[in-house]
Design a protein around this ligand. Structure first.
Ligand SMILES: Cc1ncc(C[n+]2csc(CCOP(=O)(O)OP(=O)(O)O)c2C)c(N)n1
Ligand SMILES: [Mg+2]
Length: 564
C-alpha cells in the first residue's frame, strides 16, 4: 500500500491504471473509446489485458462472468453513446449480486444541455442496476471514488457499481492533480469482511435445528460468495440435515452428496421441491428467498417454521416469518454452529434422511431414461446427463437462462466440491460472454458453457473476441432452432395447438453453429448423434481453443416444470 502524505501532481490516466493494477485487475472488457489515455497507460505500466468486445452488453457480461468465477470485481467500460448498452448488461450482475465495476464517459459541464453529439444523461439508467452510481467530475476524486467503487462492489451482499468519468470518452483522465494511487487490497476480493454473528442468535438457531425432526437447509449465492461450502456440508453432515439450493447457490454442495436434494423453486428438481415442502423447519442461508427460489413463495409455503442467516439485515424476514434470525457472514456463522453442534441430535432424523434417500432415488429413476436418451434429434436431457459424467473435476460450468436454466438447474449435477456453477439470473444471452469472462479470470480451469441457440445468437460476434484473445471456453449450444421455452406459452394463447405462422414468433432458420465458429477461427464441432457428445466435449476441452459444440436437439422437448 502506498503511503499518503507525499502528494505530488499526477496524471489521472496513470493513477487509474496503477490503481486497477493495484487491485489485481487482470482484464478490462470494453468497447472504445473510453479512457483512451488510461488504456495507453495500462499498456505502459501494467499487464492488464484490454479486451475489446463487439458490444457493451457482452462486455458487462464478461466482467460479470469474471467476477462470479473469481470473486474479484470485473471491470467493463463504455463511452457515452454505449453507456446504456453497458447498463443493460448490469441487470444480471445486479440480480445475482456480482461485483462488477462499470466505467463510462459522461457529460462535460461546459457543453451539457447544448445538444452535444450522442449525449444524454445516462446516470439515472444505472440507478436500478447498481449499489453505487456516481460521477467523477474532477480528476482529483478518481482515487477515492475508485476505492469506494471496489469497497461497495465487494462489501455486504456484493453488486455492481457505476462510475461516470467527465467527458464523452472520460477525457478527465488527461488532467493532472495531486493524487495518491492508494489501494485497499482487502476490497480486491469478495468477501472483504466476515461479520461475526451474535452468540445468542447462533444458539437460538442451532437449538431449533437440533430439535427439528425434518429440517432442511435452503442455500443461496451468499454461501458461494462467502466461500462457505465446506462448512455448510460439514454442518449438514454433522446434524444430518438435507440441503436444497437456489440456482445461484447450486455449487454449494455436490449433487452426489446423499444429503443434496437439488435446486428448489421454479427451475428446479422434483426431489428438492418435495423435500422442502415436507420439512418441519426451513433454514435459509444466503438467499433472498425470492420468487425463483421459492416458486413464488409456494415452496416452502409461507408460515412454514423458518430460520434465516444472511449478511444483509434487510433480507432477513422479508418473505417468511422467522423463528430465529442470524446476521453475519455465512462462513463465520456456519463455523460457529459447527463448533457448538450437538451431533447426538442427528439420531432423531434417521426417518427423515431415509425419506430424503427415497426422494433422491425416485427422482433418479424417473429421469434415468431422459439423462441417457439415445433419441435423434438429441434430447437436451442427454446433454445434461453427459455433462454430469464428463465435465472435469475442476471445471466452471456457466449456464444461460430459459430452458437452459431449467435443463441444467434440474438435471445437471456437480460431482465434486472443486467444480463451480454460475448461471444467468434471467438475462437471455448472458452465458456465452460470461463464460469468456470466467475463462479470462481462471485460465487454468476448464470452462463449459451451456446455452440455447436463441441465447447464443445474441452475442455471436464475440466468437471473434474469444479467438483473438484465445479465451478458450467450450460453449455447448442446445440447438433446437428456436426459443423453445416460448412454446408452452404460445400453445396456450393459440388455444392449445399452434399453426405454422405462430412459429414465426419463436423459431429461426436452421443453423450450423459449428461451421460458423470454424469460419471465425474457433474450433467447431457439430453433434447429431448422442454418443458423439462426450468425445466432442473431451476434444474441445483438450484443444485449449475457444470451442463451440453445436448439438442438434429436439425442438419438441420441453424441460420439466416445478412441482409444488
Ligand atoms: C433479455 C431477455 N429477453 C427475453 C427473455 C425471454 N426468454 C426466456 S427463454 C427465451 C427463449 C430461449 O431460447 P433458447 O436460448 O434457444 O433456449 P431453448 O428454450 O430453445 O432451449 C426467451 C426469449 C429473456 N429471458 N431475457
Ligand atoms: Mg433454442
Amino acid at each position: 500500500m502506498t503511503t499518503i502524505g507525499h502528494n505530488q501532481k499526477k496524471l489521472g490516466a496513470e493513477v487509474i491504471a496503477d490503481m486497477l493494477k493495484g487491485y489485481g485487475v487482470t482484464h478490462v472488457f470494453m468497447v472504445p473509446a473510453v479512457l483512451r489515455r488510461t488504456f495507453a497507460e495500462m499498456e505502459r505500466r501494467t499487464d492488464i489485458a484490454r479486451i475489446h468486445c463487439h458490444g457493451e452488453k457482452s462486455a458487462a457480461y464478461m466482467a460479470d462472468g469474471y467476477a462470479r468465477a473469481s470473486g474479484k470485481p470485473g471491470v467493463c467500460m463504455a463511452q457515452v453513446i454505449g453507456a446504456l448498452n453497458l447498463a443493460a448488461g448490469l441487470r444480471d450482475a445486479f440480480l445475482a449480486h456480482s461485483p462488477v465495476i462499470a466505467i463510462t464517459g459522461g457529460r462535460d459541464p461546459k457543453t451539457k444541455f447544448r445538444k452535444v453529439y450522442q449525449e444524454i444523461d445516462d446516470v439515472p439508467a444505472f440507478e436500478p442496476v447498481t449499489k453505487f452510481n456516481a460521477t467523477i467530475d474532477d480528476i482529483s476524486r478518481a482515487p477515492d471514488m475508485l476505492r469506494q467503487a471496489f469497497r461497495v462492489a465487494t462489501s455486504g451482499a456484493p453488486g455492481p457499481v457505476h462510475l461516470q468519468f467527465r467527458g464523452n470518452e472520460g477525457q478527465v483522465d488527461l488532467e493532472e492533480a495531486e493524487m495518491e494511487p492508494l489501494v485497499e487490497p482487502q476490497f480486491a476480493q469478495v468477501p472483504p469482511f466476515r461479520p461475526e454473528p451474535q452468540a445468542e442468535h447462533v444458539a437460538a438457531a442451532l437449538a431449533l435445528l437440533q430439535k427439528a425432526e425434518r429440517p432442511i437447509f435452503v442455500v443461496g449465492g451468499g454461501v458461494r460468495a462467502s466461500g462457505a461450502s465446506r462448512e455448510l456440508v460439514a454442518l449438514a453432515e454433522a446434524l444430518q440435515i438435507p440441503v436444497a439450493t437456489s440456482l445461484n447457490g447450486k455449487d454449494a454442495i455436490p449433487g452426489t452428496n446423499p444429503l443434496s436434494v437439488g435446486v428448489v423453486g421454479s427451475y428446479s428438481r422434483e426431489s428438492a421441491n418435495r423435500a422442502v415442502n415436507r420439512a418441519d423447519l426451513v433454514c435459509f442461508i444466503g438467499t433472498e428467498t425470492g420468487g425463483m427460489t421459492t416458486h413464488f413463495w409456494a415452496v416452502p409455503k409461507i408460515g412454514t417454521p423458518a430460520i434465516q442467516i444472511d449478511i444483509e439485515p434487510e433480507s432477513i424476514g422479508r418473505n417468511y416469518p422467522l423463528q430465529a434470525s442470524v446476521l453475519g457472514d455465512a462462513k463465520a456463522v456456519l463455523t460457529k454452529m459447527l463448533a457448538q453442534a450437538d451431533k447426538s441430535s442427528a439420531g432423531k432424523r434417521a426417518a427423515w434422511i431415509k425419506e430424503i434417500g427415497t426422494l433422491r432415488d425416485e427422482w433418479a429413476s424417473s429421469y434415468k431414461a431422459m439423462l441417457a436418451s439415445d433419441a435423434v434429434p438429441i434430447h437436451p436431457g442427454r446433454i445434461c446427463g453427459d455433462l454430469t459424467k464428463h465435465v472435469p473435476d475442476d471445471a466452471i460450468v456457466v449456464v444461460d437462462t430459459g430452458h437452459a436454466g431449467m435443463w441444467m438447474g434440474g438435471l445437471y449435477d456437480l460431482r465434486t466440491p472443486t467444480q463451480s456453477y454460475i448461471r444467468s439470473a434471467g438475462h437471455l444471452g448472458w452465458a456465452f460472454p460470461a463464460g469468456m469472462g470466467a475463462k479470462a479470470a481462471c485460465p487454468d480451469r476448464p470452462v463449459v458453457v451451456f446455452t440455447g441457440d436463441a441465447g447464443f445468437w445474441y452475442h455471436i460476434g464475440e466468437i471473434e473476441t474469444a479467438v483473438r484473445w484465445n479465451l478458450a471456453s467450450v460453449t455447448v449450444v442446445n440447438n433446437n432452432g428456436g426459443g423453445n421455452q416460448s412454446k408452452r406459452g404460445f400453445d396456450r394463447v393459440y388455444g392449445g395447438e399452434q399453426n405454422n405462422r405462430s412459429r414465426e414468433l419463436w423459431t429461426y432458420k436452421p443453423m450450423n453453429f459449428a461451421k460458423l465458429a470454424e469460419d471465425i477461427g474457433a474450433l467447431g464441432i457439430r453433434v447429431d448423434k448422442p454418443s458423439d457428445f462426450a468425445p466432442a466435449l473431451a476434444r474441445a476441452i483438450a484443444s485449449n481453443r475457444p470451442a463451440v459444440i453445436d448439438v442438434a436437439t429436439d425442438i419438441e422437448a420441453l424441460a420439466p416444470t416445478a412441482v409444488t
